[in-house]
Design a protein around this ligand. Structure first.
Ligand code: GLN
Length: 269
C-alpha cells in the first residue's frame, strides 16, 4: 500500500507507541485501543511502531503515545512497584508533550496512589494529580454504561463501560477528562470522569474505548504526531462510519440502561 506519504502531509518517522503491561492489564479488551491506534494511523498514512513493555522491560528512549489498560486489584498489585519506578520517566514524557491513554486500573495507578479493597496502598506513577480509594467490601461497585461529555472541545461526547470499586478524587492540579451525563465517573459524587495532564488522558471507560470514540482516537493521534514533529499537528477530517455507528449504538444503550437519569432527559414514548 502507498499509505505513508499520503493524506495531509502526516508522513514522517513511524509513530512510536508504547503499550504498557498489555499482557497483564487488559480488562474488557483494552488492548483493542492499541489495535485501533494502528488502524486509524494507517488510514491516515502514518506508520506505527508498537513497543510492548512488560514488568522489568526497559522503556525506550522516547515515545509519542503511551497506552495502558485496566486490571483488577490482583493485577494492579503485580505491576504497581514496577510502574511506580517508571514514574519520573513517565512524568518527564508527559511534560514533554507525549500523548497517553490510561484506562481504569491503569488510570488509578497513573495517579499518586491507590488504596485497594484490602486497604493496601499501592504507589502510583504520579502522572495525574489524583488519588483513589476502594471503600471496601459492602460498598457497591461503579458499574454500567457511561455517556459523558469531554472537557476537550474536539472530543465531545464519549461512550464506554465502567466497572470499578475504587473512587478517584482529583487533586488541585488535575482537570477532569469529562463530565458524566449517565454513569458514575470518578467517584459517583462530583460528576467528573477521568483526568487530563497536557496530552495525557486518564479515564474509567472501557469498550474497547477508542474504536467507538474516534474523536478521542484522533485527538490522541494528533497529540502523538505533534510530539513526533515538534509542532502542533491538526488532522484533516476523515469519516469513520463504523466507529460512528458503534458510538451511536453504545450511547443508545447507556441511555436505555440509565432510566433514573434518562427519565428527565428524554421524552416519554
Ligand atoms: N481494581 C480497580 C477497581 O476495581 C480497577 C478495575 C478495572 O480496571 N476494571 O477499582
Amino acid at each position: 500500500m502507498t499509505m505513508r506519504g499520503g493524506a495531509g502531509g502526516l508522513a514522517g518517522g513511524a509513530l512510536r507507541v508504547v503499550s504498557l503491561y498489555g499482557d497483564v492489564m487488559n480488562v474488557y479488551a483494552d488492548r483493542g485501543n492499541v489495535i485501533a491506534v494502528g488502524a486509524r494511523a494507517r488510514e491516515r498514512g502514518v506508520a506505527v511502531e508498537v513497543q510492548r513493555v512488560g514488568i522489568g522491560d526497559p522503556l525506550p528512549e522516547d515515545a509519542d503515545l503511551v497506552l495502558i489498560g485496566g486490571g483488577q486489584d490482583r493485577e494492579q498489585r503485580r505491576i504497581a512497584e514496577d510502574l511506580a519506578a517508571r514514574g519520573p520517566a513517565l512524568q518527564r514524557w508527559v511534560d514533554d508533550g507525549v500523548a497517553m491513554l490510561a484506562v481504569c486500573g491503569g488510570f488509578q495507578l497513573f495517579g499518586r496512589w491507590y488504596r485497594d479493597t484490602s486497604g493496601v496502598e499501592l504507589p502510583g506513577a504520579g502522572v495525574f494529580d489524583v488519588t483513589t480509594v476502594a471503600p471496601g467490601p459492602g460498598w457497591p461497585r461503579c458499574i454500567g454504561d457511561v455517556l459523558a461529555t469531554s472537557t476537550l472541545a474536539d472530543v465531545g461526547e464519549v461512550v464506554g463501560f465502567e466497572n470499578h470499586g475504587g473512587r478517584t478524587y482529583l487533586g488541585p492540579s488535575a482537570r477532569p477528562f469529562a463530565r458524566v451525563t449517565f454513569g458514575h465517573g470518578n467517584n459517583g459524587e462530583d460528576g467528573t470522569e477521568g483526568a487530563l495532564r497536557r496530552r495525557a488522558v486518564g479515564t474509567y471507560l472501557h469498550g474497547s474505548l477508542l474504536p467507538k470514540n474516534v474523536a478521542l482516537l484522533d485527538h490522541l493521534l494528533a497529540g502523538a504526531l505533534s510530539h513526533r514533529d515538534g509542532r502542533e499537528v491538526s488532522l484533516p477530517a476523515l469519516p469513520a462510519p463504523y466507529a460512528a455507528r458503534a458510538h451511536a449504538a453504545a450511547a443508545e444503550v447507556a441511555r436505555r440502561r440509565a432510566p433514573a437519569f434518562a427519565r428527565d432527559a428524554r421524552p416519554a414514548s
